[in-house]
Design a protein around this ligand. Structure first.
Ligand SMILES: Cc1ncc(COP(=O)(O)O)c(C=O)c1O
Length: 96
């Protein structure tokens, strides 16, 4: 039995070829992280240290497969300091 999904692409100003349906958030997160990373081929990834395990594991996997990965600490509210991100970006620009 075929099932059809109706999706109103126009409501989010998207084209059908810009939307990928996946079976889970884990699959979506893996596809997003690894897809962007391998499109860039190399680079440095900054990840909040309290991401869902599937994001942390994808980032760790990328760290073993040619990418630099930093897991940024969060404050008591679970927020990564924008100042820390700024310093990380400046540091990365200086060493690249
Ligand atoms: C951010 C995030 N990623 C992934 C998952 C895992 O979702 P799934 O069971 O659809 O793979 C969850 C589940 O709560 C989530 O909150």
């Amino acid at each position: 039995m075929k099932k059809y999904i109706y999706f109103d692409y126009a409501s989010i100003n998207a084209n059908p070829d810009e939307i990928i349906f996946t079976s889970s958030a884990t699959e979506s997160n893996n596809m997003a992280l690894k897809g962007i990373a391998f499109n860039k081929k190399k680079g440095h990834i900054l990840v909040s240290s309290i991401e869902h395990d599937c994001v942390l594991n994808a980032a760790k996997w990328l760290g073993k497969n040619g990418f630099e990965v930093d897991f940024l600490p969060v404050d008591k509210n679970g927020i990564v300091s924008p100042v820390l991100v700024k310093f990380q970006l400046i540091f990365l620009m200086l060493i690249c």
